[in-house]
Design a binder for this molecule. Structure first.
Ligand SMILES: Cc1cc2nc3c(=O)[nH]c(=O)nc-3n(C[C@H](O)[C@H](O)[C@H](O)COP(=O)(O)OP(=O)(O)OC[C@H]3O[C@@H](n4cnc5c(N)ncnc54)[C@H](O)[C@@H]3O)c2cc1C
Length: 305
């Protein structure tokens, strides 16, 4: 997991924010966005309930990585497990409305715009909100004229809407077509956008634009070569324009980035451990009957050899 060095607002006990990111909708797009925001280090909650597009599909047969297809319920359960394993909290509650915490607040004045996400059971204050509720775009109605009328989908740019800190992912956005793969991909795009916006604020835009979520082999960044080039790379691609500078200093930012890239490396032992752990996590989601049947077939093959 990539862990950035600076603490995020929701981890600050003095903050009035409950979560850095609240995602409304735990389907293909919402869970994918949550995986990315949680891995980046933002405290993330996903509220899920209401009408889904994906469960109307009988069997998903065109989503890469599942030869033979996968049931929508199994795919969503796998996605929930992954989002939870990465640190997101998934709650079975339907979002009823998204509104501004303070109509007057702007990120420039108050650092955090903040939204209130109302669900059937509670109100949650979040610094950023991702609406991934497929057909339930009317949860945005309390925001009034600040957003253009969906026609029929909400206009977005990499998930961003006209309201700073509010994003729309998946089916409800005008950037997608309606296939599971595209909407998982759009959720990924939006999750990255949220991370990049956070990083742009904490550093400056040229740094945020470079953020990716990669895990690499040991030596890829720390071995011969790469670290020698970090200064050059930083100068060429991330040196801030004067008016870009956020709260961080150039030197500190370069050191933070070097540390973050080195933190992406895993050695061979760790890679093998993760590969095995990942396979076991998949097994958790298979029917016991199928696992037993397969094990019996393996036993029979070994006995006959
Ligand atoms: C009949 C049908 C068949 C389809 N078949 C296929 C197919 O075979 N292959 C394929 O690739 N695509 C298929 N699709 C398209 C695919 O299902 C969607 O493109 C994709 O699921 C959209 O992803 P999403 O995350 O935007 O929505 P969803 O995956 O539907 O997720 C939305 C989630 O948000 C939740 N939600 C809704 N409202 C709220 C709320 N107010 N608060 C909190 N949570 C909320 C829902 O319960 C759901 O979990 C089909 C669609 C339909 C309608």
């Amino acid at each position: 997991m990539t862990t950035l060095p600076t603490e995020t607002p929701a981890t600050d006990p003095d903050s009035s924010v409950d979560y850095d990111v609240a995602v409304g909708g735990g389907g293909a797009a919402g869970l994918s966005a949550a995986v990315f925001t949680a891995r980046y280090g933002l405290e993330t909650v996903v509220f899920d309930g209401g009408k889904a597009a994906i469960t109307q599909c009988a069997h998903v047969e065109n989503y890469l990585g599942f030869p033979g297809g996968v049931s929508p319920d199994r795919l969503l359960a796998l996605g929930r497990t992954q989002a939870s394993d990465e640190g997101a909290t998934v709650v079975d509650e339907r979002v009823t409305a998204v509104s501004r915490h303070d109509e007057e607040a702007t990120r420039v004045d108050d650092e955090e715009t903040q939204f209130v996400v109302a669900t059937t059971d509670r109100e949650t204050v979040a610094d950023r909100v991702v609406v991934a509720a497929a057909y339930d775009g009317d949860v945005l109605e309390p925001l009034g004229d600040a957003l253009p009328e969906p026609d029929p989908f909400v206009p977005t740019d990499a998930g961003r809407t006209d309201i700073d800190g509010l994003y729309v992912a998946g089916w409800a956005s005008d950037e997608t077509v309606h296939q599971v793969g595209v909407n998982v991909g759009h959720g990924t795009r939006v999750g990255l956008t949220v991370a990049r916006d956070d990083m742009s604020e904490r550093y400056w835009p040229a740094v945020g634009e470079r953020y990716v979520d990669w895990v690499v082999h040991e030596g890829r960044y720390g071995g011969d070569g790469w670290t020698d080039h970090i200064d050059e790379w930083f100068e060429e691609e991330m040196r801030p324009a004067d008016d870009d500078l956020g709260p961080a200093t150039v030197e500190q930012t370069r050191d933070d980035l070097a540390a973050e890239f080195l933190g992406r490396e895993i050695d061979e032992t760790e890679r093998r451990r993760r590969d095995r752990a990942g396979q076991r996590r998949l097994l958790d989601h298979l029917d016991d009957e199928v696992i037993r049947e397969y094990a019996a077939e393996l036993d029979a093959t070994e006995t006959s050899e």
